[in-house]
Design a protein. Structure first.
Length: 143
């Protein structure tokens, strides 16, 4: 009933929708924190064969962070999680994977989650440092 007789205007509907999303922010942040914790609790693979299975778990948790953070416009968390997904996608099958990449991304996401809204420079710095993993040749593998 937006902009219909007896309904509400589009502007009012958008304000109400934004207020509804903001009401869900605190529980949403708790869900994001849970996915990051789960990501960090995934044990490093001990064999090359285990690597694929563990990377699937990493990808699942990183995409869950994106799914929850997106509606709250937490672009920095989405970017960090997407960067990790891109690195996992680029990992060569049957090759060792440098698990420190997972740990660093998880810890960076924890930091981004806890930074205040006015910490833009810190957020940019964290994201810039994570992009290094993606641009370095051979970064997913250590050999």
């Amino acid at each position: 009933m937006i902009d219909k007789p007896g309904g509400i205007s589009v502007g009012v509907a958008l304000i109400q929708a934004r207020a509804n999303v903001l009401d869900l922010l605190e529980p949403g942040l708790a869900v994001i924190d849970g996915h990051i914790r789960t990501l960090l609790e995934i044990p490093p693979p001990t064999t090359v064969e285990e690597t694929f299975e563990r990377l699937i778990l990493v990808y699942r948790e990183a995409t869950a962070v994106i799914d929850v953070a997106g509606p709250f416009e937490l672009g920095d968390l989405c970017a960090a999680a997407a960067n990790l997904c891109n690195i996992v996608d680029a990992a060569a099958a049957g090759q060792p994977f440098d698990w420190r990449i997972v740990t660093v991304h998880g810890q960076a996401m924890q930091m981004l989650l806890r930074l205040t809204d006015d910490a833009e420079e810190a957020r940019r710095t964290v994201l810039d440092r994570l992009e290094v993993f993606q641009t370095r040749p051979g970064s997913p593998q250590t050999g």
